[in-house]
Design a protein around this ligand. Structure first.
Ligand code: NDP
Ligand code: GDR
Length: 329
């Protein structure tokens, strides 16, 4: 039975990846941080077969302990401080976790491989935020990186460190440059979920308005369930490599609002949405649109869920959740 260790197990992608690997017959271990993590109950309810180990990406010895306990064939490094807006206020912490945390994970795997003689295939969760200031459209594996946030800078460090460990030590280390991917499990601080939750609440008469920042930014949004399949496919290849994972379509936040309000039959949402500079970023990533031709050619990967299907899925899920919370169902 193949074994996998996932950092970031309590996050959106950790849950989907754990479900995917369990369905393939893997023994799945998840690294969870903190002595009393509030997401433990959700984790145990969603994927009860995951074996939970405690540890933190900033603590190398905890990673080594987790490797020794799980003896994995595959290590998926999904753990990070992942909210871009937060990274300006917590630049040092973001660098420690999202940047240096990758070095700790790679180093732990290298040391583990050295003492056990086993090979561990490594996946690094890199990001389209690394592209930052628009240099080329669409963005692919060769596009110049010009990050625009402390988060983006930290991800660039982790990306190149992954490549460096592959080239220096021959490690099977791959970096997936994933564009935004969403789901009903997306954290409510991210714009898609903030919108789907608010639309559900407005529709049910539980909320009057939705306050947002920049409505003109464009993102290439896909479904998280599709994207974790790409992570797994990368580690099944004979050679480790880097891949852009995206849909190849881009939409503004305004188009997101059209789709989300449209899902509850509202065509003109202008009376419900207010802009507030508090949600604007010191430097914005204006346009993301990915070119995943390499992933399609080499991994046979293509996204399945469309933008409209994704937004509708999220609004419907939030409608059901909000009704339950408000005692309406
Ligand atoms: P989430 O924010 O949902 O999850 C992040 C995970 O990292 C959580 O499990 C969190 O644990 C964990 N974590 C935070 N700090 C630490 C730490 N010090 N040590 C160990 N674990 C820690 O992110 P997603 O699931 O959306 O994303 C997964 C990864 O993919 C992240 O690295 C993200 O940056 C990257 N990515 C995401 C994209 C997206 O669109 N979703 C696109 C491209 C890249 P806790 O619950 O305890 O806070
Ligand atoms: P992003 O996602 O920064 O792309 O990072 P987010 O959903 O936070 O922002 C997307 C765009 O929406 C604009 N926006 C707002 N964003 C938020 N969160 N809240 C608002 O009120 C709001 N109003 C407008 C933003 O300015 C931005 O342009 C996500 C994370 O998952 C990263 O970890 C990941 O690496 C990248 O996607 C790819």
């Amino acid at each position: 039975m193949a074994r996998a260790l996932i950092t970031g197990i309590t996050g959106q992608d950790g849950l989907y990846l754990a479900e995917l690997l369990l369905s393939k017959g893997y023994e799945v271990y998840g690294l969870m941080r903190g002595q009393n993590n509030p997401k433990r109950a959700l984790l145990e309810e969603t994927v009860p077969d995951v074996k939970i180990l405690t540890g933190d990406l900033t603590d190398l010895s905890s990673l080594l302990r987790a490797l020794n306990a799980s003896q994995p064939d595959e290590f998926y490094n999904l753990g990070a401080i992942s909210f871009v807006a937060y990274s300006w206020e917590n630049a040092h912490l973001t660098s420690e976790v999202t940047g240096m945390g990758v070095l700790n994970a790679l180093e732990a795997v290298r040391l583990y491989e050295g003492t056990t003689g086993k090979q561990v295939r490594f996946y690094q969760a890199s990001s389209s935020e690394m592209f930052g200031k628009v240099q080329q459209v669409p963005q692919n594996e060769d596009t110049l990186l010009w990050p625009r946030s402390p988060y983006g800078v930290a991800k660039v460090y982790g990306h190149y460190m992954t490549i460096n460990y592959r080239e220096s030590y021959g490690m099977h280390a791959s970096s997936g440059v994933l564009f935004n991917h969403e789901s009903p499990r997306r954290g409510p601080e991210f714009v898609t979920r903030k919108v789907s939750q608010a639309v559900a609440r407005i529709h049910l008469g539980l909320q009057d308005e939705l306050v947002l920042g920049n409505l003109d930014a464009r993102r290439d949004w896909g479904f998280a369930g599709d994207y974790v399949e790409a992570m797994w496919l990368m580690l099944q290849q004979d050679e480790a490599d880097d891949y852009v994972i995206s849909t190849g379509e881009t939409h503004t936040i305004r188009a997101l609002l059209d789709a989300a309000f449209g899902a509850v039959g509202v065509e003109d949402w202008s009376g419900f949405v207010r802009q507030d500079p508090a949600f604007m970023r010191p430097a914005e990533v204006d346009l993301l649109i990915g070119d995943s031709a390499k992933a399609e050619r080499k991994l046979g990967w293509k996204p399945k869920v469309s933008f409209t299907e994704l937004v509708t899925m999220m609004v419907e899920s939030d409608l059901a959740e909000q009704k339950k919370l408000a005692g309406l169902s």
